[in-house]
Design a protein around this ligand. Sequence first.
Ligand code: EPZ
Length: 420
Amino acid sequence: MQNIVIKGGARLSGEVRVSGSKNAALPILASSLLCSGRCLYRNVPALGDVRTMQRLLDDLGAEVTTGSAGTTVVDTSTVDNVEAAYDLVKTMRASVVVLGPLTARHGRARVSLPGGCAIGARPIDQHLKGLAAMGAKIELAHGYVTTRARRLHGATIVFDMVTVTGTENLMMAAALADGHTTLENAAREPEVEELARVLNKMGARIRGAGTHLIDIEGVDELHPVEHAIIPDRIEAGTLLVAAAITRGNVLVRDCLPEHLEAVVAKLRAAGAEVTPEDGGLRVRAKAALKPVDISTQPFPGFPTDMQAQFMVLAIRASGQSVITETIFENRFMHVPELQRMGADIQVEGRTVIVRGPCKLTGAQVMATDLRASASLVLAGLVAEGKTEVRRIYHLDRGYDRLDKKLRALGADVRRSKGGL
Ligand code: EPZ
């Protein structure tokens, strides 16, 4: 099992390029199932969840080839299987986004129920409610969901809550349905908007992606596409926080400021200087950081995927910060590990109160989920002495060599097989 060992104290400086977005790449790779032929994707991040999606597409019979410098070609003309097996889905719940495309194009799908994960139960009732409204017969048995539909038809679907992959799944299903579909209370995340861009390039007729109301006019066929994946706004945010907490001076290249407004606003409120430069963002933090209150919200609010990282900034800030997690029911798994490093954090349900500035001391800590592991790496950057983050496969699921990027900015970070 790989670990990451960090020796704290370095001030990050220099420049770093953000990789392609994990949460854009996953549904876009799945959208290749809506057509027959060769789709070429560029700027695909090299990380665990993308490799899992590539394996899943291969399992479904597609021919997946990954080239140099982040290109992936998916040839779906050989797709002959509609079952996403438990072994793959259990490692990546986002596999559920093959449900819509398979049902829409092949008239059936059998996908293992994703089950919960460290951060919550992660149900897919909204995905299934929408597919049923579009005429799919849904069966839940033996831990799988099976869908059948001669041809999906348009429907008006109102989400009970904002769901990113729910919006993506149903937008893809509606693209090939017979008639008009309206998605109300849809997710507005940039990754949803980017998926709609790809689908429209494939011949779909989607309007309103990026707003709460998405209109889709179904078409009979979609064609293969070439597309470059947008930068990962959560990796960019993680790097910005790393620079701010180490009082560094870093240019984060290839990030889209319009995807990071809530994160940048909180960094500025904490006293960091964030300025657009050269198609990216430069962050400087010379003075002591100030406390910030955060409540995670669907886009364009503060992203839940940045909550754990910001908690480390709150630990370093001079004062009390209140952080509320409104999206997932169990996304404070990083708290006990940060407390072991010396953080003063009080948990009250879905809210934590962080009192700073706290001097963190290096320790052996355990990663539990993707963004929790990122926060432990960030804590290691500012802790006194050495921190060993174990079960780092959680980090590698969602980041494209984050340790390499931090090392290039001057951090003392290395991988090890165990032991400080
Ligand atoms: C996406 O997950 C992201 N993953 C998550 O990123 C992100 O945290 C999340 O959106 C919220 O922004 C991908 O895009 C691959 P949701 P998703 O459906 O779509 C409840 C990361 O770290 N819900 O928007 O699975 C659900 O339980 C990952 O990169 C239902 O109740 O999240 C949650 O409380 C983690 N029923 C809330 O809605 C449903 O049918 C939002 O979940 C669907 C969702």
